[in-house]
Design a protein around this ligand. Sequence first.
Ligand code: NAI
Length: 462
Amino acid sequence: MAEYDAIIIGSGPGGYVCAIRCAQLGLKTACVEGRATLGGTCLNVGCIPSKALLHATHQLHEAETNFPKMGLIGDAPRVDWNRMLAYKDEVIAQNTKGIEFLFKKNKVDWLKGWASIPEPGQVAVGKETHKAKHIVIASGSEPAGLPGIEVDGERIVTSTGALHLPKIPKRLAVIGGGVIGLEMGSVYARLGAQVTVIEFLDEITPGMDAEVAKSFRRILGRQGLRFMLGTAVQSVETLKTKLKVHYQTRKDGSEGQIDADVVLVATGRKPFTEGLGLDALGVRLTDRGQIETDARWQTSVPGIHAIGDAIAGPMLAHKAEDEGMAVAELLAGQAGHVNYGVIPSVIYTHPEVAALGETEETLKAAGRGFKTGKFSFMGNGRAKANFAADGFVKLLADADTDRILGAHIIGPMAGDLIHEIAVAMEFGAAAEDLARTCHAHPTYSEAVREAALACGDGAIHA
Ligand code: NAI
């Protein structure tokens, strides 16, 4: 029986980061992973492969639409779907092998197999049981699915199947206008599919700043995505040559159906804790099936911690990573901390959408006085040169103190631009601090500064 200071269950961004940090802080560490490769959902069937397909299809879109405008004349590229999938798989392999290298470098043992916890202080993997002073569950999440709709992985798929469809569908119906639906919907729309997004609520991307969500939907609409809002999918009928998606509108209860070749079910994810033995251990779950944790990520059973998608909070790789590092620091006797108020979320469509902190809606609901600084990418020279002027930066700052409370960007590189605001918020900065910081010209980031200026005496280029 091997003895470890820490055994981490799961090697996704939460688990592998936690394991590496534990080892760096001097703990004898192992990480259990049952998949053939490390990296969890994110690297194998999530964040990374979807970004490869988004990148490839965005290049195609550029070649088809913007190349001729720049005098780049020639036939638009032809899509070799299998080659594109092979490129995506190569990107996955590079990343998963990278984690294997990092484990070796940091002396983290990879225990291959699926873990269970027979009793506190022990982790069973296959026929072996290992002792651990500390156990960290980072077992992630799985697609929540929809009752009555059976995923077959070929014609009715979740995000996993959508990453390797046998061929590009003519008609793709996406159930759920959230992050996965819109990212994968964009991929297939750019590949020529007729994409219909069916969303239960009256707007896509619930929780997002309403003005940004509306603008986002319009931009995607111009790219050819069709939206059916306030519509609940009831069932999917599988016929030999097509699928029939049956729906009911929420407004008047009227029913209808649309035909599709492939249906993507993207209605959220749920914690994956199967087989760990949590019930027998008495590890308490919330009513949503998440592992209950305290402020130090300790579960109801001493010695067992949990992080990432398996616990409460946004299901984001970087949130899990931060929790992984914080737990490792706590286990090593240091002070681990996560600032949940400053966790960016990004949708990697084109344009990208990034959000941070409060929205107008949450501030109004809290009765907080705030001011808004907005700047359109139409006023940004670099964005205009790059055919990327769709969108805007919106900064929300406290009405009295000018402290930045939230930021919402729809536009080019929004997912990168958001981070200067994240750093500013971590330092408790005022909008004026951003406005007085010199920003290089010509860059997209000037739009962030202009939005900060708009919180004060006004933007220059608006
Ligand atoms: P989501 O929670 O983002 O969106 C699901 C959508 O489905 C919601 O808008 C919901 O109203 C709708 N819906 C639910 N039931 C429905 C029904 N019967 N008919 C029509 N619409 C229905 O979930 P999604 O997109 O599946 O993503 C899962 C998780 O993965 C999310 O937490 C997301 O943050 C994360 N993720 C993050 C990414 C990123 O950060 N770029 C990329 C992909 C996933």
